[in-house]
Design a protein around this ligand. Sequence first.
Ligand code: BJW
Length: 228
Amino acid sequence: MGICNIVILTGAGVSAESGLATFRGPDGLWEGHRVEDVCTPEAYLRDPALVHQFYDARRRKLGTVQPNPAHEALARLDIEWPGELLLVTQNVDDLHERAGSKRLVHMHGELVKGWCLACDERFEWAGVMGQAARCPACATEGQVRPDIVWFGEMPYEMERIEEAVRQCDLFVSIGTSGAVYPAAGFVQTARDCGATTLEVNLEPSLGSYLFDESRTGPASVLVPQWVE
Ligand code: BJW
């Protein structure tokens, strides 16, 4: 592989072998709730306690897991790759940064951040959030929500991401089902702009036919192989 510009899109599959559940697999339900029923602004208005419970449980779990060889290989690539590189993750966990990735965008937000609806500040959040959380910036109580992009909300840094996708020579998608837009559409944009496209997944995703090459198997094995 010569020097080229790379965009890598990751999804829940890259963190599955660290012990974090994916959304749409056999274990993809959370206590009988579909992700589409919990991850919306409407669900939060209807039942904030349920939504906080979901994110508090996942934040707690995050503290017990570690990056796996796929995160570590991507961090090595980030450090060593001389061309442009952008790692766009749909994941709200912090395993890419804990592995050492720097050129990273969290397009669906971060579990370890809160967002105050009273003063619009965003801030680090480590422990339980719950309904009564107090904003560290304005001290308002009960207006802090997880800094997560829910269905119907605009993903973060879309201009920067779309620019990188249009300009990349190689687009690699790892561990995502291709069920959620706009991320699922990046491969088409990259193709239209002339990029080579590679998919790494346990099984072919919904958009597999859009990739020049599909490698099927666990990310913890295939990603280090691809990076070396
Ligand atoms: C392995 C592995 C291993 C397992 N190794 N692989 C109709 C058509 C088109 C679009 C829409 C539509 N109706 C609505 C929309 C838009 C909507 C959308 O896409 N809906 C679909 C359900 C159709 N999208 C949005 O609303 C987005 N915003 C938007 O479009 O804004 C524009 C706009 C704004 C306002 C007005 C109008 C337009 C926002 C989407 C936000 C998504 N949020 C979530 C939850 C929050 C984060 C969180 O709580 O964690 O993000 S949903 C959930 O899905 C999460 C994920 O990031 C996202 C993607 O899931 P992912 O990562 O692909 O996981 P899985 O489980 O689906 O797949 C895992 C894969 O890994 C599988 O393929 C396995 O095989 C594989 N795997 N183990 C390798 N070891």
